[in-house]
Write a protein of this length. Structure first.
Length: 230
């Protein structure tokens, strides 16, 4: 399998800074049974994102702060969505060029970022009953994905409701899904595609890429639920 562990960029977080972020947020992500969770960070597939957006009364689209500051890739920058009260707060940061958008425009932004290979992240903050901030992230600029995939540092417990499942009879080992897998769950060995379900976070990027429709998302069993600290 390919590895991003330890990979650095000219403009990058320091490992010390990532550890500071992890330390600041660790108490919000360790989730004992029957105890209120302060912050939850979850990866959603595109369909579930559409449902979340449909419940919002106000949506603001703005530049991603991580991509704007670090710019380590050419992926789209205007991919951060704030909902309802978070949408009101977004206008405090004019440097991120916030603009109120319709549901249709928000969905278009998600579809665009999905095509670009970005992973949709949703934040549910303490006191909220649903996500209020959604961003489409890359591992080279985002402190969450970068900290996890390149340094093994978790800033949030990262979970998903779904996991990819492969139909081996349909798979032709073309490898198209490998380059799209941000979490390095897929790789090629001796011309064969290998898939490690324990590294999958169900983001759906591989599903929309597979030319033979050999991949689908399915509900994740609890025993297969990964956490970003493992």
């Amino acid at each position: 399998m390919p590895s991003r562990m330890g990979q650095r960029y000219p403009r990058d977080y320091t490992e010390e800074r990532l550890r500071e972020i992890a330390e600041d947020l660790d108490k919000a992500v360790t989730v004992p049974v029957n105890v209120m969770v302060e912050t939850e960070h979850r990866v959603y597939d595109l369909g579930e994102m559409k449902e979340i957006l449909g419940d919002a009364e106000r949506i603001v689209l703005q530049d991603c702060g991580c991509k704007t500051e670090y710019g380590n890739c050419d992926s789209p920058t205007k991919v951060c969505l704030s909902l309802d009260k978070a949408a009101d707060e977004a206008f405090e940061f004019e440097e991120h060029h916030p603009q109120e958008v319709s549901l249709e425009e928000a969905v278009e932004a998600l579809e665009m970022s999905h095509e670009a290979g970005l992973v949709h992240m949703a934040y549910t903050m303490k006191g909220d009953d649903r996500p209020t901030v959604i961003c489409s992230c890359c591992p080279c600029c985002c402190h969450t994905l970068g900290g996890l995939l390149r340094f093994g540092i978790s800033t949030q417990v990262l979970t998903s409701r779904y996991v990819a499942e492969d139909d081996v009879e349909k798979c032709n080992d073309c490898g198209a899904c490998v380059g799209r897998c941000v979490f390095m769950a897929r790789g090629m060995t001796d011309g064969k595609m290998l898939y490690d379900v324990f590294n999958c976070f169900g983001c759906g990027l591989c599903v929309s890429t597979c030319p033979t429709d050999a991949i689908r998302l399915a509900p994740r069993e609890r025993k297969h639920r990964p956490t970003s600290g493992t």
